[in-house]
Design a protein around this ligand. Sequence first.
Ligand code: NAD
Ligand code: IPM
Ligand code: MN
Length: 365
Amino acid sequence: MKIAILPGDGIGPEVMAEAVKVLRRAGDIFGYTLEFEEAAVGGAAIDLYGDPLPERTLQVALEADAVLFGAVGGPKWDNQPPERRPEQGILRLRKRLGLYVNMRPATLYPELIESSPLKKAAVDGGFDMLIVRELSSGLYYGEPKERRTIGGVRQAIDTLFYSEKEIERCVRSAFDAAMSRRRKVTSVDKANVLMASRLWREVVEEVARDYPEVQVEHQYVDACAMLLVREPKRFDVLVTENTFGDILSDLAGAITGSLGMLPSASLGAGGRGLYEPIHGSAPDIAGKGIANPVGAILSGAMMLEYAFGLRHPAQAIRRAVRRVLGSGYVTPDLVRGHTGTQTVVNTRQMGDLVVEQILKEDERL
Ligand code: NAD
Ligand code: IPM
Ligand code: MN
């Protein structure tokens, strides 16, 4: 099992180190072996090779059985021309790997509700939702996409394009996921205004006919943002287009306590997936060793399960994370108000605690 490791920029390499550590140690216990190959991406690759996705990096990713990705971007490269921004590293990689759906589970463990910025009444008992984000189309990739000057006036165009095929394959993934969860799908759109959203809603209705056991609802994206804050427990699977999914998943991250908590799996037809935390390179805390590695560690667990069918080790990692956080160990981003029952740890310590917990559980078995 060959894994491409693309740490990227800012806190990317910091959280990646912990994910790799946890994957290795869990492998020792559960008897699987992963082969890691590292390559440069994003700003780090611009500095080395003048390209956010150098040919060698693309080859390493294409030849691997799965890709583990950190984060890219940072103020140092913000003024690069559009095609040489670090973010092109991940956008081109998604395209080249044919990744069209992005699974972003957002879980608030009952033990952690103090870390959520929401009132206790709204999150009592925790919540467990899955945001299914379309990843290959929409505003991100639609043509034309350009800057121009007409009559001395600067203009810019991005195109919100969707074909029914692109919508259908994403929506099917969401319904499939709902079948092994609580069987509820919330489709999020802006069908009161946008053409692309009206087509989205139509296709959702068509796909829904194949899943009579699944309860379907439609929400406008603005109302959905409100509902996520007011009533997060009402959601099971949310499915939405690329841009809305990007925005709503940061919101979902925040209400679990921190953006640093959320993992993701980007999947395509080939089965070769890319696994990454949903957060960015966090320039404000990069280099301090205090980033929350949980999103990256849980992305590693998603990789074990989705790419290699290793459910038991994946579950063991998730359980370990939950136990560690439940015992009151938190990185600074999870601290809220009084820290009486919390012990603040750094990135490396959090990774070590998760490893320790996996070992402890192994001894108990
Ligand atoms: P960000 O996600 O990097 O950070 C937003 C806030 O959340 C910051 O205050 C940050 O400190 C905090 N945060 C994020 N992850 C954290 C973690 N693991 N632990 C603790 N705190 C964490 O978003 P941003 O600041 O808007 O973007 C910074 C750069 O990252 C930009 O260049 C952006 O384009 C890029 N970005 C990359 C990815 C990716 O590589 N997939 C994702 C999002 C943003
Ligand atoms: C994400 C990020 C990326 C996106 C950026 C870095 C291109 O925000 O993965 O959520 O917008 O998809
Ligand atoms: Mn994002």
